[in-house]
Ligand binder design. Sequence first.
Ligand SMILES: [Zn+2]
Length: 500
Amino acid sequence: MPKTVKKPGEPGARLNPPENSVTVRMYFTGFGDCFLLAFRAEDGEPRYVLIDCGVHDKYQGGDARLKSIAQDIAETTGNKLHIVAVTHEHTDHLYGFMYGKDSFQNIEIDELWLPWTEDPGNALAQELKKIYGTKIRALETAIAGLHAAGNLHALKLTNLFGFDLGSAAAAGMRGNKGILESLRAWSRKKLERPEDYRTPGEDPIELPGVKGVRCYVLGPPENIDFIKNLEAKKEMYFNTPALTEETAFISAVMDASDKKVPGGNQEFRGYPFDTNFSVPPKEAAKGYEGFFRKYYGLKDQEGHGPRWRRIETDWLENSADQLALSINSLTNNTSLVLAFELTKTSPAKVLLFTGDAQVGNWLSWQNVSWTTKSGKEQETITGADLLRRTVLYKVGHHGSSNATLREKGLEMMDSPELVAMLPVDSDWALRTMRWHHPDAKIESRLMQKARGRVIRSDRIPEGDRFDKPEEARDAEWDVFLKKLEWDKSPERLWIQYTIQ
Ligand SMILES: [Zn+2]
């Protein structure tokens, strides 16, 4: 691709927000998060914070796209990132660092921010990793069992699972873990002490050379019960009943432990009938005068009935699904959550980046507070205050139903200036994964609360027009549009919003 020389102000040129402003650039990675924040420092120069850079590992063309995005980040920042924050270990938040490795390894990174759950010296973090590891092993066993039984569902599960581990060993990086190792190596400040990891409630962090901005760490909570709280019906806009996570977990683990997959402890299974009425496959293959061969496809040969009539692995399918989902959610719930407070505004505006935090993580913010000094006066700020003053909400987990809380979340965001940024590719999610991202109820409530000012990565306009939704109010909408810019190139890599 030919390189064009860019003048200041043109897309691709250095990103430097006007005085007393911050610009938030959301990249359209496909299905994933990548946010570049530019703050203006006292010396007139920008300070850059990058929050995540990833694309789902199954996203077609994600590698090429992330390469371009990494190049854009390098150009836009003049090869300098003051802070790189990684919220959690999922491909859709990490893979950009791998696909864009050539650019990233030339970018000077001053500080890497990781949640305390990534600290190898933290006992609680290690306990979490252990729970996680047990679940992973149970799931692996369950998937192996499904494979062995010729269950097609195994493939779908493997896909969901790959998301957590980072399946590719591409670019010499061993999945998500390898990417984090590389980031640690690229960063100038080494993460050697417990205080190098971000912990909720720690003193608000000032950005280097920037006055009037304080960064608060809200999550992940230092409490396993909160992290394990993945769903709470009361707090969700929508919920479907499902086999409980623990049942799923136990059933799979039981089978994993006695090496009889499919098999194992009956009481944890989801069979529709009592076991007295079941015929084990081995017995069915032997007897009953060919009845089962004829109708139930026992050998998968011609002249044998279809396999789909059999249900002996159905329980495993459902349980493994739930387990895969719970593993996924557990990682989401370890998301680093950051709130940037612009202290020169009154009331002080807040930019909230929640990663993919789920219910327990959100709930825990209600218990966090800070005592800060502004001048001689002491001031106590709570997580709830930050929610109330939020003017920019990075929508959690691509708009899924379990990552934007109701009462202790979106309903608290009362600022008339509220704008939401939603990184998603809903067409891809539905077509490829059958996910409803964003969830319809969350989407409509966001549109109401933000009065139409919901900026989606998959809806970057092709031309100059940004369509006005019916929720928008005329006067506000014009002000909003003035603060909005987007990449007009055919790639449409980014859209950005500036807050004064
Ligand atoms: Zn995500």
